[in-house]
Design a protein around this ligand. Sequence first.
Ligand code: ADP
Length: 424
Amino acid sequence: MSALLGCIADDTTGATDLANNLVRSGMRTVQTIGVPDGALDDRADAIVVALKSRTIPAADAVARSLEALRWLRSQGAEQIYFKYCSTFDSTPAGNIGPVTDALLDALDSEFTIACPAFPVNQRTVFKGHLFVGDLLLSDSGMKDHPLTPMTDASLVRVLQAQTRRRVGLVAYDVVARGPQAITERFAALRAEGVQVAIVDAISDDDLMRIGPALAGMPLVTAGSGIAIGLPQNWSGRLGDAAGADRLPEARGLRAVVSGSCSVATNGQVARFLASGRPAFAVDPLAIAAGRDIAGEALAALVPHLGTGPVLAYATAEPDRVKAVQQQLGSEHAGALVEATLARIADGLVRAGVRQLVVAGGETSGAVVQALGVRQMTIGRQIDPGVPWTAARSPAAGGDMLHLALKSGNFGRPGFFTDAFAGLG
Ligand code: ADP
């Protein structure tokens, strides 16, 4: 059976966020790391291809997105979903506009929407303006983002600067009247020559009203919020809506590898250490001095795997991170730590770990790469935005590996031990 919805996400953790929303709405979903060479290992109603195309040059983002599109269509995808950040992260050069243009051209389509709203995460769009909590986007922390500073909250203006197509607005009064009114407004905008419509949404009810108006639209562009209103369009055609989050039974040993230094992760590491379970602190300066820290960590942790989860962590408070960065340079320090944690994760899996929690977005990327993971079937949500996934990895031999990739500030304080409870 072929996939119904094919998604192209402009970064990895954003891809998981979208996949998580689709699964929660009843679509069985597989996330791939980059564009796969062949077919999927597992059946899926939706496929999310994770790219790293948010801040690369626009021409490269277009090329990779078109490659993803070709593969998704070869898998049968009836509708394409271009997923970007709920803060519409982009510059006047792109990449949201250029990728949207290229996908519309390739699909021979003349109309799409753009809607980054994700109300449960405090991202709302009203009169075409994006709010982050109570603040306009341009007054939020996003105005100082190092790569994509967002200094204008008017999405019509922001997108119009990036696309050769005309941008219009479906304002809140129309959205509130429901799918029929939204569909009529789409037709009116098209008649005026508008090809991309920013759509207002301030609640999940709005997203559910917008969903039916998107049925049959070849391309949808959005944050992950719009996904909750789409699966209803395929009701009756979904493989197993009630079991969309079912994963193979989890077996094997348990471990946590943490390279995130965010506030939430520091709390989670502290909670794990307080539990008295075995843990190994990775010291970046010792790695830089040439010590085999991955080997030391494995020697310290592997003997304890039989008794319950173990932790390897580079996580540190901001002053310690700064001190290390001053000595090594922040990029070099990050790369050393990522490579070491990835080797530790690989060694733990080779020693029998089959349930692995990884903390940190970049760290997750490095670990997934080291484990040779190319596809992940998305399972039940552990905490908002963080699902368990099941994947194949050469390091795990023929076994299934359960992975939970937790970016920065996600997860409750007890995440590093509680996450395993739900796997049975
Ligand atoms: P988050 O999701 O919290 O941003 P990431 O894994 O994306 O976490 O980023 C954390 C970065 O910090 C990684 O590059 C990691 O290697 C690096 N890092 C982790 N611990 C330390 C440390 N003690 N000193 C310096 N850098 C560190």
